[in-house]
Design a binder for this molecule. Structure first.
Ligand SMILES: [Zn+2]
Length: 295
């Protein structure tokens, strides 16, 4: 009896694993959608032989069949031979940002515009920094750490890398990254959650948005969720608020549209300097007492 056209799920899983839980093309970053290609044409052979099949993303798959620059069978067999070390916690993705006439980052209620780029936030060695070159917005650096000091998310020139503990959710589609964790996962200490709940009682009742980053327009990236913790300080972007709390300090800083607390900085920071070496940044340094004004 001839095999069904549908690839058996166990065979599909095996091939995705063989490809390293990403598109088997070593030059392709796609980690979230796979198609199984029969290198030996299904229509001719009518057999699902894993040695002659490969897991690739739909875009690469279309290049196998219709590419002006064709991906050959020889190349596909070469990709199958690549020995991949399986580590499902580590992910590499890419973020593409369409060119715009104006480039900027929106972080909670803040909009940071700059001809050259900026470091919206820095807290000790954690930061989000971007640069504008010829109208293109690039992430020069993103570095985020868990409260135990371990790196969990970095970005360099729009390549995103994450290494998350089991159970933390990482969701990605072109233009969006969403990382969510349980309250107990160690991304935000209990004292910080308690402080923030004084202003938003519903904050982190079961989940914390660790990072919510999205391209929302040409040249515009929005950070709607963010958690940065360093020692006794925590910076949290949650919807339209930015909270900066330092353990033991009487009052947190809040940048908000709705709570009506500060607006400590202008809502739109417009940087028009010309020297790339002096790009502006907002420094949240718990060790530098000058940067922490007691309200
Ligand atoms: Zn691909």
């Amino acid at each position: 009896m001839a095999e069904s056209r549908t690839v058996p799920p166990s065979k599909k899983r095996k091939l995705i694993k063989e490809a390293g839980n990403k598109c088997a093309n070593p030059g392709c970053p796609v980690t979230y959608r796979y198609e199984i290609h029969h290198i030996k044409d299904w229509a001719v052979y009518k057999v699902h032989n894993a040695d002659d099949m490969i897991a690739i993303c739909p875009t690469c798959h279309s290049y196998v069949h219709h590419g002006r620059l064709e991906i050959s069978d020889e190349k596909l067999y070469e990709w199958k031979k690549i020995k991949r070390i399986q580590d499902t916690n580590e992910k590499t993705d890419q973020i593409f940002i369409e060119k715009g006439t104006q480039s900027s980052m929106v972080i909670g209620p803040l909009t940071i515009k700059s001809k050259h780029g900026a470091i919206p936030f820095r807290m000790l060695d954690q930061l989000i920094e971007y640069r504008i070159e010829n109208g293109n917005l690039y992430f020069l650096n993103i570095k985020l750490k868990r409260s135990d000091g371990k790196d969990f998310f970095t970005a360099t020139h729009n390549i995103l890398e994450s290494d998350l503990p089991e159970g933390v959710s990482y969701d990605y589609y072109a233009g969006k990254v969403l990382i969510k964790a349980d309250v107990e996962d160690g991304f935000l200490p209990g004292w910080a959650i308690k402080e923030i709940r004084r202003f938003d009682p519903k904050f982190a009742t079961n989940e914390i948005t660790v990072l919510d980053m999205e391209v929302i327009d040409q040249g515009v990236v929005k950070i709607a969720g963010l958690v940065m913790v360093a020692g006794d300080a925590a910076l949290v972007v949650d919807k339209e608020e930015i909270y900066y709390v330092v353990k033991g300090k009487v009052r947190p800083w809040i940048f908000s549209e709705t709570i009506g607390k500060i607006p400590f900085f202008p809502r739109v920071v417009d940087y028009d300097g010309s020297n790339n070496n002096t790009i502006p940044y907002i420094d949240f340094n718990p060790l530098n007492t000058k940067s922490i004004k007691d309200k």
